[in-house]
Design a protein around this ligand. Structure first.
Ligand SMILES: NC(=O)c1ccc[n+]([C@@H]2O[C@H](COP(=O)([O-])OP(=O)(O)OC[C@H]3O[C@@H](n4cnc5c(N)ncnc54)[C@H](O)[C@@H]3O)[C@@H](O)[C@H]2O)c1
Length: 455
């Protein structure tokens, strides 16, 4: 899988030190911190090399977890070995889908104890992301954690610490980041296709019960089939409520509202395209306008953000919207607007529009006009294309596939992944700050460099 030269250089490094993993732990005085970190990484890669298959476990086998595994298994050299979930129906479905041989449990900690698991996918509701991801890395597992990385900003520091200390590969699941659409937009932005960036906006429109998170509740949902005590064990104690379990997005103890659920995708893509660390000022407004089913979160949210000047981009403004009561349902986009044009970016397409400057400034045209005795400005010009659409080639496997591929490549090579914990924090924090702004009627100041709320 890896080239011979790099394998040889790893081996020679190992031989030179004549050590094993036990030695690393026991000989802190002999090795420098950099040597130890490199060695840990090499040993992890060598372990995977032994059978060349990455063995994965899924924690949280609901809608997205199932999609995650389906995609992950399309990538050669991967195998699902275990699944954890708090609802028995999901465990039964997992066995029916992926075979009786997979290990299933209600208790994710049993998965983390297994030696045959190299990496876990964490696709639980948001309030479990931090606890499971940190424990997993500390137990030696690589982690693909669904977005938003965390349920509250404070949790982010613990994930970053665990990633830095364990050197495990940690990828947040905003898959659009790894898409061809985002990559093309980044290339065009860096080539100056839209001139000076001044403004960006993103929009997410839906108009259906499922789109607005009114999911079906299984008929057998009860305390017998759901491990409710564990579900709420890191949250407020309450009596069993199937709505809070199966429609968790509507409740603040478990979900992060539309900002954590959807704005976060737009932040990840935007930050990737313009190489940004994030905004320094966040404000949000909105309301619960239509889906009044007892939910605690708004169904319309508008966020406004100021991005400070950095070496990578000028200062600019961002406006994000989510509307769950919108007849234009399906109109989701991210738009970057510059002095010379604008780009609408999706994961599979970039629609570039150029501004055509009305004055003929070209001295060559001016001279030609004089030669032909045509008054300057009278003669018509050839115009460059006003609009260009970049579309993915047929057969593109998609952003999700690319993002998992990037994760597995990181595990196999030790290279940094597209959305590590620091990137994930910088996407999650402004999204979660929208909730702080909305619920507390406040403007939130954020330091995107230091990743700290400014009081
Ligand atoms: N990347 C994307 O495009 C995308 C899309 C949808 C959802 N998501 C994210 O994926 C995550 C899951 O969302 P979903 O729509 O699949 O929700 P879901 O309700 O369909 O699935 C969540 C599953 O987690 C299980 N669970 C809850 N607590 C658990 C625990 N402590 N241990 C083990 N299992 C537990 C539940 O029983 C359920 O089966 C969320 O964080 C969500 O934001 C990402």
């Amino acid at each position: 899988m890896r080239d011979k030269k790099s394998l040889q250089s790893r081996r020679s490094f190992l031989n030179k030190l004549v050590i094993s993993s036990a030695f690393v732990a026991g000989a802190p005085a002999i090795l420098s911190a950099a040597d130890k970190s490199r060695l840990r990484r090499i040993l992890a890669i060598e372990k995977i090399n032994a059978n060349d298959t990455l063995q994965i476990a899924l924690i949280g086998a609901g809608g997205m977890g199932t999609e995650d595994i389906k995609t992950a298994l399309k990538i050669p050299g991967t195998k699902l070995v275990a699944v954890a979930d708090l609802y028995d129906g999901r465990l039964e479905k997992a066995k029916a889908t992926w075979g009786k041989d997979i290990f299933t449990t209600r208790d994710y900690r049993e998965i983390l104890e297994r030696n045959d698991v190299d990496a876990v996918i964490v696709a639980t509701p948001d309030h479990w992301h931090k606890d499971i991801s940190v424990s997993a890395m500390r137990k030696g597992k690589h982690v693909y954690c669904e977005k938003p990385m965390v349920h509250s900003i404070d949790e982010g520091y613990e994930i970053i610490k665990a990633q830095n200390e364990t050197k495990k590969i940690f990828q947040v699941g905003s898959q659009g980041m790894s898409s061809l659409g985002n990559e093309k937009a980044k290339e065009l932005f860096e080539a100056g296709a839209i001139g000076q960036l001044n403004y960006a906006e993103g929009f997410w429109a839906r108009n259906s019960p499922t789109g607005a998170w009114q999911y079906a509740i299984p008929e057998d949902a009860s305390l017998a089939t759901v491990d409710w005590d564990t579900y709420i064990s890191n949250s407020t104690k309450r009596d069993f409520d199937p709505l809070r379990f199966f429609r968790w997005r509507n409740y603040r103890d478990y979900g992060t509202g539309v900002a954590g659920d959807l704005f976060v995708h737009l932040f990840s893509s935007l930050h990737f395209i313009v190489s940004s660390k994030g905004p320094n000022r966040v404000t949000a407004t909105g309301g619960l306008r239509y889906w009044k089913d007892g939910r605690e979160v708004p169904d319309i949210l508008l966020g406004m953000f100021d991005y400070p000047e950095t070496p990578n981009h000028p200062p600019f403004n961002l406006s994000l919207r989510v509307n769950f009561v919108d007849g234009t349902s399906g109109s989701t986009y991210l738009r970057l607007v510059g002095s010379e044009g604008a780009m609408d970016v999706t994961w599979t397409e970039v629609f570039l529009r150029k501004n055509i400057v009305s004055e003929p400034l070209d001295p060559f045209l001016q001279q030609k006009g004089n030669e032909l005795d045509v008054a300057f400005g009278e003669r018509k010009r050839m115009l460059p294309p006003k609009e260009m659409v970049y579309e993915v080639e047929r057969g593109y496997k998609g952003a999700h596939y690319d993002h998992f591929n990037n994760f597995f490549h990181g595990i196999r090579t030790g290279k940094t992944v597209n959305e590590d914990a620091i990137f994930g924090m910088r996407a999650a924090a402004p999204a979660l700050s929208c909730n702080n702004s909305y619920y507390n009627d406040k403007i939130i100041k954020w330091d995107p460099d230091k990743m700290k709320i400014i009081m």
